[in-house]
Design a protein around this ligand. Sequence first.
Ligand SMILES: [Zn+2]
Length: 259
Amino acid sequence: MIGLTLHKHSEKAIEVSFKELTGKEELGLAKFGGTEMDEMYWLLEQIITDISSNDERLKLDELTLSDFDLCVSHLYEQLYGSRVNCEVNCQFCSDGFEFDIELSDFKKTIFLDQKNYSRNKNGDYISNKGEEVFTLPKVSDLKNLKECPAESWLKQFLQQGECHYEQLQEHIETAGPLMSQDISADCPNCGESNLVRFDLTRYCLQSLKEEQKFLLKEVHIIANKYGWGLDQILSLTRSVRRQFAGFIIADNKVLRAYS
Ligand SMILES: [Zn+2]
């Protein structure tokens, strides 16, 4: 799978290498059971082969939550393309409606104001007027969130300066935006604007779980045709497995047409 470069134009660029999903991860996800963050963390840990910045190797835990979400976006785009189809029920008229989110546009929008912050040599973010210096929460910081109130949890990221909780929250959300956001979507039936929670991790996990039935069917028809064992078939990359299954289905159609 193609790699991802985070913070491309900075001195702190991070290279993330991925391997392609196999049936083992797809099936493992179904059995996993945990929060969506736990599931996604597990999945990324299985398929990310290397994270490095200036020849220093990093762990997934050490990425900021914003960078973690960009890895999720990369995975989603590699699997399903850049468009996310969302289905919601209108809060006003209860009609169901669909809309699409183009991930490249979405990222452009949420990262638009990141440029208002400069970074010091440690990589800390500096507010526009230079009054506040702060870091972004990392994946490992989520563990302490359960143990203390959100307000004091957030304060640990302020390195310099004084600012209110709300102001610090805004700084962190702007400098390190997440791929889960409240967005507005207009209902085509009644025209009202709905506030909808868009959460890419959830969409990505849901899409993979919905494909479980295809995975088992693909395993079944490949095992039937070639006599390979379950372990062997689940070790195939997702794209190779799908191609084999596709060949077998096409052969069967030809056979049926001539019989
Ligand atoms: Zn409506």
